[in-house]
Structures are given as C-alpha cells and as structure tokens.
Design a protein around this ligand. Structure first.
Ligand SMILES: Nc1ncnc2c1ncn2[C@@H]1O[C@H](COP(=O)(O)OP(=O)(O)OP(=O)(O)O)[C@@H](O)[C@H]1O
Length: 246
C-alpha cells in the first residue's frame, strides 16, 4: 500500500514490525496534518515507542510504507529523515557526555539540521533559550538533573529544526509543575507551526497539548479521535486503564 493521503505531512500505511517471532506492530495505518498535535497513549508494551522508532527511521518496518511531506521515506535512515524535518526525542535522554549543554545542542544544529557554524550557533542559543536552559548552557550534560536533561533533549531536537516533532515521554519522571513547564514550551512550538506527536503516560499533561488522541494496545491502534471521546471509549478503558466496561 502507498502512504501519501492528500494533505498529510506524515503518513504510514500497513506498518508491521517484528522482532524475531515477536509481533510488536500489526497493520498500523496513521496519517496526520502538518500542524496537528497528536497524543499517543496505551499500556506498557503496546508498541508506542516502536512506532515512533519506525516513523523516525531508527528501525525499518518489517512491512509497510512511510511518507513524509509527500515523499516515500521508508528506506531513508533517521539522519536523512531528520534533515527533512522529522525529528524525535528519546524516552531516556541521550546527551553526549563530556560535552556542555550548549555543545550538545550545537551538534544537533550542525549535524542534525546541517547548518553552517554561525547559523548553528544562533540556532543552538535560540533552542536553549526557548527551553529555559541559558543559565546551564555551560554545564556538562551529565551533571544536569532530570528536568534539565529532558529540556536538553527537547532543545537538541529543536535545534535540528523540525517541522514535525516526535516526543517520547518527555514528561516521564517529572513532577506536575516540571511537566507543566515543558507543556508551555511545547505550546510555543505549536504556535510556531511545528506538528507534534507525543507519547505520554501522564494523560492530563498530554491533553493540555493534544487535540487528537490515539490509543494503542498490543501493537494495534484501538482508538483515534477527539481526546475525551477516546478516553471514554470502553476498549480504551479496558486496555489502558485496566478494567471497566467490556
Ligand atoms: N529492540 C527490540 N528487540 C526486541 N523486542 C523489542 C525491542 N524493542 C521493543 N521490543 C518489545 O516490543 C514491545 C513493545 O515495546 P515498546 O517499547 O514499543 O512499547 P511501549 O508501548 O512504548 O511501552 P512503554 O509504555 O513501556 O514505553 C515490548 O514487548 C518490547 O519488549
């Protein structure tokens, strides 16, 4: 199947992903518009991170196609998808140790976005500022606390100049207040026209940004639509919240 529905910035069709005998994604069809904010929820092991990895190019799908901005990117590695503007963050932040926060973000701007030195410098500063990190810009990444490591993960992704940002549990492990700060930053990205796909277990945080919600269970999309309707769906209650009406 081809994956380029009209008007979609990102689309995936017939996606399967297996690790050996384990089927992790099964016949996923997904498409989104350029400025949408889509949340993804689902129980542990549902396949959410694997879907993000397949969309971003970290893993090839076992079957199916992925299109970004109208082009088939199924065979492109993550670095090339990143240059096209399809950028992800990781659930566990992966900064380069031995480098400062600024240096980490600068590398993302120069290598992720392919910017020249002066432009990368400006982009890195702008991303750190947007993420509230100027005061720790010269700290080594490995000395940062969890909130700053999450901010750094976001700043690195921003410096790669995304048109579509895939966020994997950027709020995980944070207090409500800390997650609230990240929500404000992500809302600013929305105002700048960046599309968002956000996997998050903290649903009330996610719903401050997501206008559309997808619930996955056992490698499949079991609900997709207006967030309140999805959260009230009996299948979602059963799968994600562990019980309720069948
Ligand atoms: N590289 C891999 N090799 C083998 N199995 C994997 C690999 N990555 C993920 N899996 C398995 O795929 C399934 C889905 O994992 P995935 O991380 O995508 O789920 P998830 O919905 O993101 O879960 P969580 O909410 O806990 O992060 C799990 O059973 C996991 O053990």
């Amino acid at each position: 199947m081809n994956a380029t529905p009209n008007g979609a910035i990102l689309s995936a069709a017939g996606i399967h992903k297996r690790f050996g005998a384990l089927v992790v994604l099964e016949d996923i069809d997904f498409a989104m518009g350029a400025e949408e904010a889509v949340g993804i929820v689902g129980p542990n092991g549902a396949g959410k991170t694997t879907l993000l990895s397949v969309l971003s190019g970290a893993y090839p799908p076992s079957a199916g196609t992925i299109a970004f901005k109208g082009d088939d990117v199924t065979a492109l590695p993550a670095t090339q998808r990143c240059r096209l503007g399809l950028v992800r963050t990781h659930q566990v932040p992966k900064p380069f140790g031995g480098m400062t926060a600024f240096e980490n973000v600068f590398v993302a701007a120069s290598h992720g976005a392919g910017l020249g030195r002066d432009e990368a410098y400006e982009e890195a500063l702008g991303s750190l500022k947007l993420c509230g990190m100027l005061s720790v810009a010269n700290r080594r990444a490995e000395t940062l606390g969890l909130l700053d490591r999450k901010r750094l993960e976001l700043a690195r992704a921003l410096a790669a100049k995304p048109t579509l940002l895939l966020l994997d549990e950027i709020g995980g492990g944070l207090t409500d207040g800390e997650a609230g700060e990240l929500v404000e930053t992500i809302r600013e990205l929305r105002r700048r026209g960046i599309g968002i796909v956000w996997i998050e277990h903290i649903v009330h945080v996610l719903l401050q940004v997501a206008e559309r919600l997808i619930c996955m269970d056992a490698g499949k999309i079991i609900a997709d639509g207006e967030p309140q309707a999805v959260m009230a769906d009996p299948q979602v209650i059963s799968a994600y919240l562990g019980g309720g009406p069948k």
